[in-house]
Design a binder for this molecule. Sequence first.
Ligand SMILES: Cc1ncc(C[n+]2csc(CCOP(=O)(O)OP(=O)(O)O)c2C)c(N)n1
Length: 324
Amino acid sequence: MAKVEQKGHTLSRERLVDFLRELLLIRRFEEKVEERFRAGDLSGFLHVSLGQEAIAVGVCRALDGSDVVASTHRAHAHALALGMHPNELMAELYGKVEGCSRGYGGSMHLYDVARGLIGSNAVVGGGLPSITGSALAFKLRGEPRVAVAFLGDGATNIGTFHESLNLAQLWGVPAVFVCENNGYAESTPAWQQLPITDLAKRAVAFGMHSITVDGQDVEAVYHAAQRAMKHARDGKGPVFLLANTHRLTGHYVGDPQVYRSREELREARETQDPLEKLRARLELPGEEWDELEHEVAVLVQASVDFALNGTDPRPEDALENVYA
Ligand SMILES: Cc1ncc(C[n+]2csc(CCOP(=O)(O)OP(=O)(O)O)c2C)c(N)n1
Protein backbone atom coordinates (compact mmCIF):
# COMPACT_ATOMS: atom_id res chain seq x y z
CA MET A 1 0.00 0.00 0.00
CA ALA A 2 1.43 3.40 -0.96
CA LYS A 3 2.47 5.82 1.75
CA VAL A 4 -0.25 8.39 2.50
CA GLU A 5 0.98 11.98 2.77
CA GLN A 6 -0.55 13.57 5.83
CA LYS A 7 1.96 15.18 8.13
CA GLY A 8 4.19 18.18 7.60
CA HIS A 9 1.67 20.87 8.53
CA THR A 10 3.68 24.05 8.09
CA LEU A 11 1.35 26.75 6.76
CA SER A 12 0.63 29.88 8.77
CA ARG A 13 -2.68 30.34 10.54
CA GLU A 14 -3.48 33.21 8.21
CA ARG A 15 -2.99 31.03 5.15
CA LEU A 16 -5.12 28.28 6.64
CA VAL A 17 -7.94 30.71 7.47
CA ASP A 18 -7.77 31.74 3.82
CA PHE A 19 -8.13 28.06 2.83
CA LEU A 20 -11.03 27.74 5.28
CA ARG A 21 -12.80 30.72 3.71
CA GLU A 22 -12.45 29.10 0.29
CA LEU A 23 -13.74 25.74 1.56
CA LEU A 24 -16.68 27.51 3.17
CA LEU A 25 -17.48 29.48 0.02
CA ILE A 26 -17.58 26.28 -2.04
CA ARG A 27 -19.69 24.49 0.60
CA ARG A 28 -22.28 27.27 0.99
CA PHE A 29 -22.35 27.91 -2.76
CA GLU A 30 -23.14 24.28 -3.48
CA GLU A 31 -25.71 24.07 -0.68
CA LYS A 32 -27.43 27.07 -2.27
CA VAL A 33 -27.26 25.36 -5.66
CA GLU A 34 -28.94 22.29 -4.16
CA GLU A 35 -31.61 24.49 -2.60
CA ARG A 36 -32.35 26.37 -5.83
CA PHE A 37 -32.38 23.13 -7.84
CA ARG A 38 -34.90 21.54 -5.48
CA ALA A 39 -36.97 24.74 -5.67
CA GLY A 40 -37.15 24.27 -9.44
CA ASP A 41 -35.02 27.29 -10.42
CA LEU A 42 -32.28 25.28 -12.16
CA SER A 43 -32.65 22.81 -14.97
CA GLY A 44 -30.40 19.99 -16.07
CA PHE A 45 -28.34 17.65 -13.96
CA LEU A 46 -26.22 18.80 -11.03
CA HIS A 47 -23.36 17.09 -9.24
CA VAL A 48 -22.03 18.77 -6.12
CA SER A 49 -18.81 17.94 -4.33
CA LEU A 50 -19.72 18.24 -0.64
CA GLY A 51 -16.90 16.51 1.23
CA GLN A 52 -14.39 16.72 -1.63
CA GLU A 53 -13.69 20.46 -1.48
CA ALA A 54 -10.23 20.19 0.09
CA ILE A 55 -8.85 18.58 -3.07
CA ALA A 56 -10.03 21.46 -5.25
CA VAL A 57 -8.63 24.07 -2.89
CA GLY A 58 -5.35 22.29 -2.09
CA VAL A 59 -4.57 21.57 -5.74
CA CYS A 60 -5.65 24.91 -7.21
CA ARG A 61 -3.69 26.87 -4.61
CA ALA A 62 -0.57 24.99 -5.70
CA LEU A 63 -0.89 26.12 -9.34
CA ASP A 64 0.92 28.91 -11.13
CA GLY A 65 -1.15 31.46 -13.04
CA SER A 66 -0.24 30.01 -16.44
CA ASP A 67 -1.17 26.37 -15.67
CA VAL A 68 -4.29 24.81 -17.17
CA VAL A 69 -6.93 22.55 -15.68
CA ALA A 70 -9.53 20.17 -17.09
CA SER A 71 -12.39 19.32 -14.79
CA THR A 72 -15.14 16.72 -14.62
CA HIS A 73 -18.94 16.58 -14.28
CA ARG A 74 -18.38 17.56 -10.60
CA ALA A 75 -16.83 20.90 -11.44
CA HIS A 76 -18.18 23.77 -9.31
CA ALA A 77 -15.48 23.44 -6.64
CA HIS A 78 -12.68 23.40 -9.22
CA ALA A 79 -14.04 26.51 -10.93
CA LEU A 80 -14.41 28.46 -7.69
CA ALA A 81 -11.01 27.32 -6.40
CA LEU A 82 -9.47 28.57 -9.66
CA GLY A 83 -10.87 31.99 -8.86
CA MET A 84 -14.05 32.07 -10.94
CA HIS A 85 -16.41 34.64 -9.42
CA PRO A 86 -19.52 33.05 -7.84
CA ASN A 87 -21.68 35.41 -9.93
CA GLU A 88 -20.30 33.99 -13.16
CA LEU A 89 -20.79 30.42 -11.99
CA MET A 90 -24.31 30.93 -10.62
CA ALA A 91 -25.33 32.79 -13.79
CA GLU A 92 -24.11 29.82 -15.83
CA LEU A 93 -26.20 27.42 -13.72
CA TYR A 94 -29.20 29.68 -14.35
CA GLY A 95 -28.42 29.56 -18.10
CA LYS A 96 -27.71 33.29 -18.38
CA VAL A 97 -25.50 35.11 -20.90
CA GLU A 98 -23.49 36.52 -17.98
CA GLY A 99 -22.42 32.97 -17.08
CA CYS A 100 -18.87 31.70 -17.64
CA SER A 101 -19.98 29.80 -20.76
CA ARG A 102 -22.54 32.47 -21.70
CA GLY A 103 -25.32 30.23 -20.45
CA TYR A 104 -24.71 27.66 -23.19
CA GLY A 105 -22.96 25.11 -20.99
CA GLY A 106 -24.48 24.69 -17.56
CA SER A 107 -23.04 22.80 -14.63
CA MET A 108 -20.99 20.26 -16.58
CA HIS A 109 -19.53 22.59 -19.24
CA LEU A 110 -17.75 25.35 -17.36
CA TYR A 111 -15.04 27.33 -19.14
CA ASP A 112 -12.79 30.10 -17.83
CA VAL A 113 -9.76 30.06 -20.08
CA ALA A 114 -8.33 33.26 -18.59
CA ARG A 115 -8.05 31.50 -15.24
CA GLY A 116 -6.78 28.26 -16.78
CA LEU A 117 -10.02 26.28 -16.80
CA ILE A 118 -10.02 24.72 -20.26
CA GLY A 119 -13.28 22.95 -19.65
CA SER A 120 -15.28 20.69 -17.43
CA ASN A 121 -16.59 17.55 -19.06
CA ALA A 122 -19.86 15.65 -18.89
CA VAL A 123 -18.13 12.72 -20.56
CA VAL A 124 -16.25 10.71 -17.94
CA GLY A 125 -12.53 10.89 -18.76
CA GLY A 126 -13.24 13.49 -21.47
CA GLY A 127 -10.73 16.03 -20.19
CA LEU A 128 -7.75 13.72 -19.96
CA PRO A 129 -6.57 13.72 -23.61
CA SER A 130 -6.67 17.53 -23.69
CA ILE A 131 -4.43 17.61 -20.63
CA THR A 132 -1.85 15.28 -22.13
CA GLY A 133 -2.05 17.35 -25.33
CA SER A 134 -1.69 20.67 -23.49
CA ALA A 135 1.25 19.32 -21.52
CA LEU A 136 2.89 18.14 -24.76
CA ALA A 137 2.46 21.64 -26.21
CA PHE A 138 4.07 23.18 -23.10
CA LYS A 139 6.99 20.80 -23.40
CA LEU A 140 7.51 21.40 -27.13
CA ARG A 141 7.35 25.18 -26.65
CA GLY A 142 9.67 25.05 -23.65
CA GLU A 143 7.07 26.77 -21.46
CA PRO A 144 7.29 26.14 -17.68
CA ARG A 145 3.59 25.31 -17.40
CA VAL A 146 1.75 22.30 -16.01
CA ALA A 147 -1.53 20.80 -17.25
CA VAL A 148 -3.76 19.29 -14.57
CA ALA A 149 -6.67 16.89 -14.96
CA PHE A 150 -9.18 16.12 -12.25
CA LEU A 151 -10.85 12.73 -12.49
CA GLY A 152 -12.83 10.33 -10.34
CA ASP A 153 -11.89 6.77 -9.39
CA GLY A 154 -14.53 5.50 -11.84
CA ALA A 155 -12.73 7.34 -14.64
CA THR A 156 -9.65 5.16 -14.14
CA ASN A 157 -11.64 2.39 -15.83
CA ILE A 158 -12.15 4.29 -19.06
CA GLY A 159 -10.02 4.10 -22.20
CA THR A 160 -9.02 7.77 -22.31
CA PHE A 161 -7.44 7.40 -18.86
CA HIS A 162 -5.11 4.65 -20.05
CA GLU A 163 -4.30 6.31 -23.38
CA SER A 164 -3.67 9.70 -21.78
CA LEU A 165 -1.45 8.45 -18.97
CA ASN A 166 0.42 6.09 -21.27
CA LEU A 167 1.33 8.85 -23.73
CA ALA A 168 1.97 11.41 -20.98
CA GLN A 169 4.57 9.11 -19.43
CA LEU A 170 6.03 8.04 -22.77
CA TRP A 171 6.51 11.68 -23.80
CA GLY A 172 7.54 12.81 -20.31
CA VAL A 173 5.16 15.78 -20.38
CA PRO A 174 4.37 18.16 -17.47
CA ALA A 175 0.94 16.82 -16.52
CA VAL A 176 -0.63 16.03 -13.15
CA PHE A 177 -3.59 13.65 -12.97
CA VAL A 178 -5.54 14.26 -9.76
CA CYS A 179 -7.75 11.32 -8.88
CA GLU A 180 -10.57 12.23 -6.48
CA ASN A 181 -11.07 8.76 -5.07
CA ASN A 182 -14.47 8.83 -3.36
CA GLY A 183 -15.02 5.10 -3.65
CA TYR A 184 -18.07 5.31 -5.92
CA ALA A 185 -18.81 5.63 -9.62
CA GLU A 186 -22.40 6.88 -9.49
CA SER A 187 -24.07 4.10 -7.46
CA THR A 188 -21.35 1.51 -8.00
CA PRO A 189 -18.98 1.01 -5.06
CA ALA A 190 -15.26 0.51 -5.59
CA TRP A 191 -15.39 -3.24 -5.02
CA GLN A 192 -17.78 -3.63 -7.94
CA GLN A 193 -15.89 -1.43 -10.41
CA LEU A 194 -12.18 -1.58 -9.53
CA PRO A 195 -10.09 -4.75 -9.81
CA ILE A 196 -7.48 -3.34 -7.40
CA THR A 197 -7.88 -1.63 -4.01
CA ASP A 198 -4.81 0.63 -4.13
CA LEU A 199 -5.42 2.95 -7.07
CA ALA A 200 -1.81 4.18 -6.95
CA LYS A 201 -1.07 0.93 -8.75
CA ARG A 202 -2.77 2.38 -11.82
CA ALA A 203 0.29 4.65 -12.15
CA VAL A 204 2.71 1.75 -11.71
CA ALA A 205 1.33 0.28 -14.95
CA PHE A 206 2.74 3.29 -16.83
CA GLY A 207 5.92 3.70 -14.79
CA MET A 208 4.49 7.00 -13.57
CA HIS A 209 5.43 8.72 -10.32
CA SER A 210 2.52 8.74 -7.87
CA ILE A 211 1.70 10.46 -4.60
CA THR A 212 -1.14 9.40 -2.31
CA VAL A 213 -2.72 11.92 0.02
CA ASP A 214 -5.56 12.28 2.52
CA GLY A 215 -8.05 14.29 0.48
CA GLN A 216 -9.86 15.52 3.60
CA ASP A 217 -6.79 17.42 4.84
CA VAL A 218 -6.49 20.57 2.75
CA GLU A 219 -2.97 21.37 3.87
CA ALA A 220 -1.75 17.86 3.12
CA VAL A 221 -3.32 18.11 -0.34
CA TYR A 222 -1.67 21.49 -0.90
CA HIS A 223 1.81 20.19 -0.03
CA ALA A 224 1.35 17.02 -2.07
CA ALA A 225 0.10 19.05 -5.03
CA GLN A 226 3.04 21.44 -4.75
CA ARG A 227 5.42 18.49 -4.94
CA ALA A 228 3.53 17.05 -7.90
CA MET A 229 3.61 20.40 -9.76
CA LYS A 230 7.33 20.83 -9.07
CA HIS A 231 8.07 17.32 -10.33
CA ALA A 232 6.17 18.03 -13.56
CA ARG A 233 7.50 21.59 -13.99
CA ASP A 234 11.09 20.45 -13.41
CA GLY A 235 10.81 18.20 -16.46
CA LYS A 236 10.70 14.95 -14.48
CA GLY A 237 7.49 13.81 -16.17
CA PRO A 238 3.85 13.45 -15.18
CA VAL A 239 2.46 12.58 -11.75
CA PHE A 240 -0.57 10.62 -10.63
CA LEU A 241 -1.87 12.34 -7.48
CA LEU A 242 -4.28 10.05 -5.65
CA ALA A 243 -6.47 11.91 -3.13
CA ASN A 244 -8.62 9.60 -1.03
CA THR A 245 -11.88 11.30 -0.20
CA HIS A 246 -15.55 11.00 0.76
CA ARG A 247 -18.58 12.22 -1.12
CA LEU A 248 -20.83 13.37 1.73
CA THR A 249 -23.92 13.62 -0.44
CA GLY A 250 -25.53 11.90 -3.42
CA HIS A 251 -23.92 11.37 -6.81
CA TYR A 252 -26.34 13.99 -8.19
CA VAL A 253 -28.73 16.38 -6.51
CA GLY A 254 -31.80 14.27 -5.76
CA ASP A 255 -29.94 10.94 -5.60
CA PRO A 256 -31.81 8.76 -3.02
CA GLN A 257 -28.54 6.88 -2.34
CA VAL A 258 -30.19 3.50 -1.91
CA TYR A 259 -26.83 1.90 -2.70
CA ARG A 260 -25.19 2.86 0.59
CA SER A 261 -26.30 2.59 4.20
CA ARG A 262 -27.40 5.56 6.25
CA GLU A 263 -24.88 4.45 8.84
CA GLU A 264 -21.99 4.74 6.35
CA LEU A 265 -23.11 8.20 5.31
CA ARG A 266 -23.67 9.38 8.88
CA GLU A 267 -20.25 8.20 9.96
CA ALA A 268 -18.55 9.86 6.98
CA ARG A 269 -20.36 13.13 7.65
CA GLU A 270 -19.37 13.05 11.31
CA THR A 271 -15.73 12.10 10.85
CA GLN A 272 -14.65 13.06 7.30
CA ASP A 273 -15.80 16.60 6.71
CA PRO A 274 -12.76 18.59 5.47
CA LEU A 275 -14.29 21.89 6.51
CA GLU A 276 -14.99 20.74 10.07
CA LYS A 277 -11.54 19.15 10.28
CA LEU A 278 -9.78 22.40 9.44
CA ARG A 279 -12.13 24.45 11.60
CA ALA A 280 -11.41 22.19 14.60
CA ARG A 281 -7.68 22.27 13.93
CA LEU A 282 -7.65 26.07 13.87
CA GLU A 283 -9.80 26.30 17.02
CA LEU A 284 -11.43 29.32 15.41
CA PRO A 285 -13.24 31.57 17.91
CA GLY A 286 -17.01 31.80 17.38
CA GLU A 287 -16.94 35.43 16.23
CA GLU A 288 -14.28 34.73 13.62
CA TRP A 289 -16.32 31.83 12.24
CA ASP A 290 -19.49 33.94 12.22
CA GLU A 291 -17.67 36.63 10.26
CA LEU A 292 -16.56 34.10 7.65
CA GLU A 293 -20.09 32.71 7.44
CA HIS A 294 -21.49 36.20 6.96
CA GLU A 295 -18.93 37.15 4.32
CA VAL A 296 -19.65 33.98 2.35
CA ALA A 297 -23.44 34.20 2.77
CA VAL A 298 -23.41 37.70 1.29
CA LEU A 299 -21.35 36.53 -1.71
CA VAL A 300 -23.55 33.50 -2.33
CA GLN A 301 -26.83 35.41 -2.06
CA ALA A 302 -25.42 38.12 -4.32
CA SER A 303 -24.62 35.45 -6.91
CA VAL A 304 -28.24 34.28 -6.92
CA ASP A 305 -29.49 37.87 -7.28
CA PHE A 306 -26.97 38.45 -10.08
CA ALA A 307 -28.14 35.32 -11.89
CA LEU A 308 -31.83 36.14 -11.47
CA ASN A 309 -31.19 39.55 -13.02
CA GLY A 310 -29.20 37.99 -15.87
CA THR A 311 -30.02 37.91 -19.57
CA ASP A 312 -31.54 34.89 -21.29
CA PRO A 313 -29.66 33.83 -24.44
CA ARG A 314 -31.59 34.59 -27.63
CA PRO A 315 -32.82 31.55 -29.59
CA GLU A 316 -31.46 33.12 -32.80
CA ASP A 317 -27.97 33.03 -31.25
CA ALA A 318 -28.12 29.28 -30.55
CA LEU A 319 -25.40 28.47 -33.07
CA GLU A 320 -23.00 31.18 -31.92
CA ASN A 321 -19.68 29.77 -30.72
CA VAL A 322 -20.40 26.39 -32.28
CA TYR A 323 -17.29 25.27 -34.13
CA ALA A 324 -18.04 21.73 -35.19
C1 LIG B 1 -18.23 8.06 -21.01
C2 LIG B 1 -19.28 8.13 -19.94
N1 LIG B 1 -19.82 7.01 -19.43
C3 LIG B 1 -20.76 7.07 -18.46
C4 LIG B 1 -21.21 8.29 -18.02
C5 LIG B 1 -22.25 8.36 -16.90
N2 LIG B 1 -21.60 8.78 -15.67
C6 LIG B 1 -21.64 10.05 -15.22
S1 LIG B 1 -20.79 10.27 -13.82
C7 LIG B 1 -20.35 8.64 -13.76
C8 LIG B 1 -19.53 8.09 -12.63
C9 LIG B 1 -18.18 8.69 -12.57
O1 LIG B 1 -17.53 8.21 -11.43
P1 LIG B 1 -16.16 8.82 -11.01
O2 LIG B 1 -15.29 8.99 -12.20
O3 LIG B 1 -15.64 8.02 -9.88
O4 LIG B 1 -16.54 10.30 -10.52
P2 LIG B 1 -17.48 10.76 -9.31
O5 LIG B 1 -18.87 10.86 -9.87
O6 LIG B 1 -17.35 9.78 -8.22
O7 LIG B 1 -16.96 12.12 -8.96
C10 LIG B 1 -20.87 7.95 -14.85
C11 LIG B 1 -20.67 6.51 -15.09
C12 LIG B 1 -20.66 9.44 -18.60
N3 LIG B 1 -21.04 10.66 -18.20
N4 LIG B 1 -19.69 9.35 -19.52
